[in-house]
Design a protein around this ligand. Sequence first.
Ligand SMILES: Nc1ncnc2c1ncn2[C@@H]1O[C@H](COP(=O)(O)OP(=O)(O)O)[C@@H](O)[C@H]1O
Ligand SMILES: [Mg+2]
Length: 351
Amino acid sequence: MAIYSIWNNKGGVGKSYLTFQIASEYAVNHPDKKILVIDLCPQGNASGMLLGGMQEGERVLNELSSQAPRRTISGYIEDRILSPYVNPHTGSSYHLKVSDRNAEVPENLFLITGDEQLEIQASRVLGATAPGPTDAWRIVHTWMSDLIEDIQRSWNQVDTTVFIDCNPSFSIYTELALSASDRLIIPFSADGSSKRAVRAVLALLYGITRASGGLQSQFYLNCQQFRLPIPKIYCYIGNRLTQYVRSASAFRTVVHEIGNEIWSVWQSNPNIFHIHPTGSGSPANRAAFNRMFQYEIVDANTASVVSSSLGIPMVRMTSGSRVVAGRSVMVNQSQLDNQQPNIRDLVRAIE
Ligand SMILES: Nc1ncnc2c1ncn2[C@@H]1O[C@H](COP(=O)(O)OP(=O)(O)O)[C@@H](O)[C@H]1O
Ligand SMILES: [Mg+2]
């Protein structure tokens, strides 16, 4: 079983959009597996897309969060706030089969939806990390692993792949996602702050600070102390790179600088990267490193708007006109031809 977190310490880089696209395409490619998306973001954007897009998704999210207990990630978190150190084994009552709500996605795709209540619960989750037993912090940071195990057990241990969409902030619920994951997918865009965001990921998660003696995050330090594994970098994805930067050379500069940053981390800390596919050797040079870890998803303009608004995965989309929020919108074949191969290549590389 592989558990992927999709995270960057920055909003708007495409975490939720890519979670939706990757999970849908991965489910098509692996009909023998079950795919579970956990939306650990209060905004619930990935949930909205999976559940049929803007309007329909919103309606379903409202319905799920008005059940008692809420049939969302917050329902499970509430169980754990009440029983922080003893696993209540209630995890398997919170997921749903996405195709029951959205016929555009395959039947082997399941979801625990995000919930705006996460934000309100955060301080109570933090409260459970101390005082309590001496390893309270560690136990709270295994809540998501417990949840996934409950669901796996209810599925009779069928081979499962998990994708967790994260909030950009390095908040307690993001920590819960990361500590349950073994692999990390980092989307970035080409605006000026992307480089800083990637640096923040390296510092917060792996304790890699540029100046010696720089402060390390409590998460990093506690993971060392409690021997909790930290997810390894599986790939970083230049998403929608042309959106912010008009000239090709300016955007190449950003990509190159971020690439340099990550390449230099590889040279000093190769152990934080996940070599793939299974059985491959370490990349011997920069070109091989890029082939293994660096991906690009282009901007698909109107086609992506239609995809996310109607909950139709990009790889299933066909050209033609669609109605979005009462307006007719045209999807051109050229937009599909741009992005569909990117998503296919990326998902083929995900094991
Ligand atoms: N490759 C892409 N092409 C076109 N639009 C995209 C692409 N990736 C993301 N978007 C759009 O950009 C916006 C921000 O993406 P989102 O996934 O919500 O970012 P994040 O989850 O990182 O905050 C959304 O409206 C999304 O539909
Ligand atoms: Mg998001």
